[in-house]
Structure formats: C-alpha cells, structure tokens
Design a protein around this ligand. Sequence first.
Ligand SMILES: O=C(O)CCC(=O)C(=O)O
Ligand SMILES: [Fe+2]
Length: 475
Amino acid sequence: MQWLTGGLRGKSEQKKQSSCRELRIATSGSHSVRSNVEVLRVDGAGSFSQNGRVRAAVFVPTTSTTIQFHAEQQKKSAPCSGRASSVHALQMFSPEDTKTLLDDAKRIGSSIGWVDRGVSLPTQGATPLGPFREPSESLPRAVHVLVQNLTKESQDLVHRAIRERLLPFARRQYPHLTAAFDKQPYPRPGNLFIVRYSAASQRPGGRGLKLHKDETALTFNLCLSHEEEFTGGGTYFPAASSDVDGILIRPKGGYCLVHDGNIKHAGNEVRSGDRFILVGFYNADGRDRAGEDEFFGPAAREAQLRAQLPQPVQTIYFTTAVASQRGGGGPGEGGAAEANGEGAYRADAEYADPPPPARGSVGCGGCGAAAAVLGLSAVAIQGPVSPKEAGAPGASSSAGAAAAPGGGGPPGGANAGACGGGGGGRDEPPLSDTYWRSHSPPHKSQTRGSAPATCMPTWMVVLQGRWRPATALAK
Ligand SMILES: O=C(O)CCC(=O)C(=O)O
Ligand SMILES: [Fe+2]
C-alpha cells in the first residue's frame, strides 16, 4: 500500500524535490482515492512555482463528487464562504448522448469556425454586457459555437440535462442562489457555448486557458470529448496544500464540473488531440433571463424537483497527504511499510488541534480557532494502525465529534487533543472505517502572538483504519 505523510510547507518544499508521484486524497467514503502527481505548466500560476510550473494532483471523477479544497486566501473583510472552496463533478450525459453532442458540435464548429477560448474573453474582464462578449461589428469576430447553434436534438439534450440534472443539483448545493434561481431560472443562451482546445494550435490560448476567475455566480464545464481523444487538458484549481500546488480535475466525457465562478482555475493545455467542453455561465443578476417559462416556470420546476432522485455524492477533502515512501525507494519500490502493510506516518507533535468544524463546513470550518492557521499544512494519515498504537493514552476531547463520513464519528471526538492523544478509553473502530478530524495545526512560530488575518478553511485529516495519535506518529 502507499504511504501517506504530510508536513509543513517548509518540509514540503524539500518534498517537492523528491520523488513524490502519488497522493492519496481523503474521501468521505471508506477509501481514499489515489491520485498521480503531474507537473503542469499553467499560465498565470506563479505561487510556489516558477514559470507557471505547478505540481498537481490529478483526479478523474467516476461518480458524483464534491471536491473541497483550500480556498484562496481571502481578504480580511471578505465573507468566509464554504461554498467558495468546493468544486462538484456530476455526470450529466450518458456516453451515447455525449457522442451525439460532440459529433454535432464538431460538425457545426467546423462550419462556423472555432475561436481560441483565450480570445473571446468572458473571463478576462467583463464587458458592459457581462462576462460574455457579444459579437460586434466593431470588434474582431470572437464568438464561440453556442449551444443554440447546434441541432434541435442537441439543444434539447443540453437543456433537458441542465433543467433536470444541473439546476436541481445547483439549487441543492448553492442555497444562497435560491432567490436568484427563482427570479432567473436559467443561464442566458449566449452564455452556453462550446470550446475546442487543440494541441495543434499555434497559440497558447488555443491549447488551454490561463488562470482566471469567471466572475460568475456559477460556472459549469462539461467535458464532451472521450478521454482517448486527447491527452493533457482538464481543469486546474490551485489549492494551498503542502504537497502540491493544486488539483487537476480531468472529467470523463459527459461529466460536468460545477463551481463558483470566483474560484480561480485554468484550462490545462491539451498535449495531443482536441478537447471539447461545453461551458455555461450563470449570472445571478437578472441578465440571464431566458424567457423560457414554459420549461423553467415554477410548475415545471416543481415537477423536476419531484422527479429528482437524490444521488450519492462522495466528498473529497483535498488538503491532504503525499504518498511517499518510507525508507527510500519510490512508490512501488517497496519499503518497510509496504512490506508490513502498515502505514508510516509523519505528523508534527508541536501542534494543537483547533476545535473541529461542523460537518459540511469544511470550507471555512470554524472561523474562530480553526481560522488561526495561516500558511499551514495538513496531515493525512491512512493505513491500518495496530490496536496497541490506536489505544495510546490521549487527551480527552472537549469538542464534539465531527460526523465521520462513511460511518460514525472519530473515536474520542474529532478534536482528540494536542495532536497526540487518540482518545483513550474509547472503542476502537473497525479497520475498514474511515474517520476524520480537523487538523489545522498552527505552527507556533507562525502564529504566536498574531491574530489570524484571514479566514482559512479547516484542514481535514482522514484516518483510514484506527486512530493513531500524532505524537506517536512523529516518532
Ligand atoms: O478548460 C477548462 O477546463 C476551463 C475552461 C474555463 O475555465 C472557461 O471556459 O472559463
Ligand atoms: Fe473559467
């Protein structure tokens, strides 16, 4: 099995030089997911990297997934927003429907002509008409293939999926937009368009899209291409993880990413082939009124909501840990831990855990004590831990237990004391369960005497298997 360690940014800088090639990303299910680490070039991504080079954990959603990761540092005055740190992936189309759409888009695109995504600039400065620049006599033509240019059959497919899947999902996930959705139930047709990235393009804007914000209430980005039709690509989101610079989400055809348009992201360059995506911008400002009451009026919406079955969603807490090896050797090369099947762990015993966030508030979990973490890292721990280790004497928890996705709360409360102490006297959880707790360890030298300047999300730690006190882990 792979190893999970985490560490401070300082340590991780060293780690970046090392052979870390995999991460395990903690999930709400009983298993973490494995992710490759790739070095990408992302225009405009300067932090922690040079010349736009970033290290990204690559993730391909295969089920409805919420990815919760560290939001950008927010300004002091900015509201602390949990939603701002989430990206959702959901399947919108079957492979067959995706192919119908793609074939149609390709055909119509080649007759209308494709433009570089980076040229028609919805994301690079709003025009008076909003983020999407309308065609204009006086401007060079820079118009994407719109959904409304497609055949009636394709348009119906798209609108049905938006009405029946995307919007009910968005309403559930973004309750702060309820009033906006009631008033303006649908994205403006001009904000539903298809993008082609082509490895053959001579311009970077034709192969990818630099780091930007859409400045929309909601953005969705649906992959139309089959994964075998291109390499590279995917959407990159920076995340202040200690181990990588961000996450690259590479949805399969038919899967759609949904996110707050104020989260920074980039279109990773396509290295071979063509990548087609369908992008939708929803502005909750009354400008998107589509006038489609027949489909989107209150009665139609109620019928959709009734028809909507809850879908299982897994959550990924992206903060996490590098899979690296103990005792030398790269992943797959063996090592003590692989040999004995147990995880090796690193944690820094200097840190005290802040109170855990309530479940579901990870994005800004605890604007109080948990926010007192600046520039810090998470530790994720995974792997079976022997009962002896799990039962190490520990501090009792004063805070309530966070709910443990996948079953039960962490033993001894989510806040099991000062990184040590696994909560003595508790029942040991079964090995197959995943437990989690907040772990936002303020580094003493960084936080001593200074109030937190920003609201930071709370890191999550997942322990798969039994609890192991971090004090023990440090050894
Ligand atoms: O290529 C991507 O996945 C990102 C596209 C995007 O961000 C946009 O069109 O605004
Ligand atoms: Fe974008």
